[in-house]
Design a protein around this ligand. Structure first.
Ligand SMILES: [Zn+2]
Length: 122
């Protein structure tokens, strides 16, 4: 059974196509997620903005490298949300800022701590 709306081939027993076309009524129904998406989208974007705000803040404060690690983690989480949103969410630049500066800060910090530990043990 071919859907008259989107031309997708459906199983003969199918009552409804993926696009929302109902074979029984012959009408295309509103897809459920259309009404709930904007709210979820807004929450996710706010979450990304929050993560990036904190990430940038921590990347600048450094806090002996701890801030950099926090920034790196926030950046990675924000990027994961952005990538998972299929382009709905923005902030990739901010995420990369956090990842980059977080990584640089952490890379500077780790040898310092290792050197410190080495000095203490020696
Ligand atoms: Zn269809």
């Amino acid at each position: 059974m071919r859907c008259p709306s989107c031309k997708l081939e459906n199983p003969p027993t199918g009552l409804r196509c993926d696009c929302g076309f109902d074979f029984q009524t012959g009408k295309r129904e509103q897809v459920d997620q259309a009404s709930s998406a904007p709210a979820g989208e807004w929450v996710s974007q706010r979450r990304v903005n929050e993560l990036l705000g904190r990430g940038v803040f921590f990347s600048l404060t450094w806090l002996m490298g701890i801030g950099s690690l926090v920034a790196l983690l926030k950046g990675l989480e924000a990027r994961r949300l952005i990538v998972g949103s299929n382009g709905r969410l923005t902030g990739t630049g901010g995420a990369w800022w956090c990842i980059l500066f977080g990584a640089i800060g952490a890379v500077v910090w780790i040898p310092l701590v290792l050197a410190g530990m080495f000095n203490v043990l020696r």
